[in-house]
Design a protein around this ligand. Structure first.
Ligand SMILES: [Zn+2]
Ligand SMILES: [Zn+2]
Length: 357
């Protein structure tokens, strides 16, 4: 989205290059494949690690910890937290508490990764600054009471390091470089597109109060998270693709696990809810209206600011002119008085000389 003015950021919203260095460095590690070479085993490992860890993020971190869209046992809850942790997106409590905040304040000033603040901010900026390092216990009391989840969130390096070492043991250096690091980088940016693009790209089926959209493209690489408008409309659902043609392998995985009773009580939206609030049927799209309204008022404020700035500039120029004219006049008067004085002196001398003759 083109922005008329540069977005202003508070100091804690600026990228902390020092703490972000490892994240940035990991992006270059896959280049070591030119040295280690690429093996079939390493590529297969990369695909498995991408799909598997994406599933843990979407089914675990997102649909379980953030939205409680199904139930499970304490041991599988731990598996979900550890599995999600292997994606190197911090701990489950950090991830889910921030995500709950996103739903609470979608597209407002308090939305932590609002695309209204620019693409890069919503994609990675919000993670690389100091502002969102911590997590608020109030946001996630229901899970913060489990010590094992607190432990994994505090020591969030353990799961990714475990997978990294395992990748090396399974497929050697290509396994680490391609299997682990390349798939981790892809997995990061795949996940981040839900924050940066799912409120920008695609269509709106439901009139929600935010700007979320449904995109089959985003669903493709995020295991079904691209049906983001469906999701904002009915967050409690374990299923984001509401119809069979809406690709949602995260839900299919959960469905299979429910057959084995590993998970239970998968929430899905009731049929009558699916039919309500459709933009197509003329429901007032308050989310898009709000976004346009915000943009229009911002543009108006901008224009009047510029006008005020214009008046101020004109007033300043005028004051300068008055000052210099007054100075010139003063100099002129001074000069005239001096000449008058000289003339007086000369005529007095003239008179004296005339009298002496
Ligand atoms: Zn969500
Ligand atoms: Zn959203």
């Amino acid at each position: 989205m083109p922005r008329a003015r540069a977005i202003e950021r508070s100091p804690d919203e600026k990228i902390n290059w020092k703490t972000s260095a490892p994240f940035i460095a990991v992006h270059f590690l896959p280049l070591l494949a030119f040295v280690t070479g690429v093996t079939v085993k390493a590529v297969i490992l990369a695909v498995v690690l991408y799909l598997g860890r994406m599933w843990f993020i979407t089914a675990g971190y997102h649909r379980y910890f953030a939205h409680r869209s199904y139930k499970t046992s304490r041991w599988f809850q731990f598996v979900l937290a550890f599995g999600g942790g292997t994606a190197a997106q911090k701990g489950a409590l950090w991830w889910a508490s921030h995500h709950r905040d996103h739903h609470r304040y979608s597209d407002t000033e308090r939305d932590l990764h609002s695309p209204q603040k620019g693409f890069w901010w919503s994609h990675v900026g919000w993670i690389l600054c100091d502002k969102n390092n911590g997590w608020d216990e109030e946001d996630i009391r229901d899970f913060a009471k489990y010590p094992e989840l607190r432990f994994l969130t505090k020591h969030d390096w353990i799961p990714p390091w475990t997978v990294g070492v395992a990748s090396y043991l399974i497929a050697g250096w290509p396994g680490l470089v391609v299997g682990f690091f390349a798939s981790t980088v892809l997995l990061w940016h795949g996940t981040f597109t839900v924050n940066s693009l799912a409120h920008v790209l695609g269509r709106r089926r439901y009139a929600t109060t935010d700007t979320s959209r449904n995109s089959w493209l985003i669903a493709l690489w995020t295991g079904g998270e691209g049906w983001h408008n469906n999701h904002h409309y009915y967050q409690a659902s374990a299923r984001n693709g509401f119809y069979w043609w809406e690709y949602d392998p995260t839900y299919w995985g959960l469905k299979v696990l429910s057959w084995f009773r590993v998970v239970r009580d998968l929430k899905v939206p009731p049929e009558r809810v699916l039919q309500r609030a459709r933009v197509r049927d003329g429901s007032f799209d308050v989310g898009i209206f709000r976004a346009h309204w915000a943009r229009a008022t911002a543009a108006l404020a901008d224009a009047s600011n510029r006008q005020v700035e214009g008046v101020a500039a004109r007033r300043e120029a005028l004051a300068d002119q008055i000052f210099s004219t007054r100075q010139a006049l003063e100099e002129h008067v001074q000069h005239t008085l001096q000449k008058a004085d000289e003339l007086g002196k000369l005529s007095r001398r003239n008179n004296r000389e005339l009298a002496a003759e």
